[in-house]
Design a protein around this ligand. Structure first.
Ligand SMILES: Cc1ncc(COP(=O)(O)O)c(C=O)c1O
Length: 305
């Protein structure tokens, strides 16, 4: 990790090395935190953050879903996010706000436990590697099922849920794949280990509904809008493993991942084993939008200063 100088912790910026918490923090023991993953880019109009209000709203919604009362309002968190980029002199960055329970009473009931918030920003390149955008990624169907929405809240980005994602990612990489696709209840396709998934068949776009356990991704929402602008209809529908392998095109979406073609599953090529044309068009539009090169989508960009 390429460290920056400062991290915002509980209302003020401190040196990266001083942004520490007790080993008795509730979240460290029980996974009871929530977080966001946001990107700032050196865009055509300056250093900008993509869909910042959506990320802040999801952070607050996630916190509420897991009973964390954030002791700051949205305006303060928004400023902390923007300042974490600006004060670290970053022209592009990955930004990680984290809301967590600190040290208080031990036990599952988070009683008399303080809620802490940190915001870190640092330089982080392509999540699935520099070649992923052009060449696509090779994935497996994970042996690990996505946690059932009956057991957790998929619309919330909860720390503990990522133990499930980590199992899938580690297993995939150990087997030589770039990432994994996870199936949910009844073996319907849910998403990647840290990405949403889209399928294209006969010129139509499909994506699993969030009821499968997939996160309500902000890139997912953006891609549905891009597809519509390209004259493509998107249907949120259950997809099974057979339909997945029979797709014309598949691609992952996420803030860290961006838009990346999935070119094989379990070593079986999807179509010709290359990122598809529609995937390429959507990826190009997405990159134009996040880089401030599309006038129609400038309202999604917030200048950090
Ligand atoms: C499990 C999971 N699904 C999907 C996504 C994509 O969401 P977004 O587009 O909001 O980054 C992420 C990344 O945050 C994720 O961790």
């Amino acid at each position: 990790m390429e460290k920056s100088n400062l991290i915002w912790l509980n209302g003020e910026f401190v040196n990266w090395e001083d942004a520490n918490v007790s080993v008795m923090s509730h979240t460290l023991h029980y996974g009871t935190g929530v977080f966001e993953g946001i990107r700032a880019r050196d865009s055509k109009i300056g250093t900008t953050i993509f869909r910042l209000p959506d990320h802040v709203n999801r952070l607050f919604d996630s916190a509420e879903a897991y009973n964390l009362k954030i002791p700051y309002d949205k305006e303060i968190i928004t400023s902390a996010i923007k300042d974490s980029v600006h004060l670290n002199n970053l022209s592009s960055a990955y930004i990680r706000p984290l809301v967590f329970f600190g040290e208080g009473e031990m036990g599952l009931l988070p009683k008399s436990v303080p809620v802490y918030v940190s915001v870190a920003a640092w330089n982080w390149g392509a999540y699935l590697g520099d070649d992923a955008g052009n060449q696509g990624v090779r994935v497996c169907i994970s042996k690990w099922k996505r946690i059932s929405p009956q057991s957790f809240k998929p619309t919330a980005k909860g720390v503990g849920g990522y133990m499930n994602s980590t199992l899938a990612k580690v297993d995939a990489v150990e087997k030589g794949y770039d990432d994994a696709i996870m199936l949910g209840d009844n073996d319907v396709v849910a998403e990647g280990s840290g990405q949403n998934l889209f399928l294209i068949k006969n010129g139509k776009v499909y994506t699993p509904p969030i009821e499968t356990g997939a996160l309500g991704g902000i890139t997912r929402k953006t891609v549905i809008e891009i597809a519509s602008n390209l004259g493509l209809e998107t249907e949120e529908t259950n997809i099974n493993e057979e339909q997945l392998k029979d797709a014309d095109e598949l691609f992952f979406t996420g803030t860290a991942t961006e838009v990346v073609g999935v070119v094989s599953i379990d070593n079986q090529d999807i179509a010709n084993g290359k990122p598809g044309e529609i995937t390429g068009n959507i990826r190009q539009k997405y990159l134009e939008i996040v880089n401030g090169e599309n006038e129609d989508f400038l309202h999604y960009l917030t200048l950090v200063k």
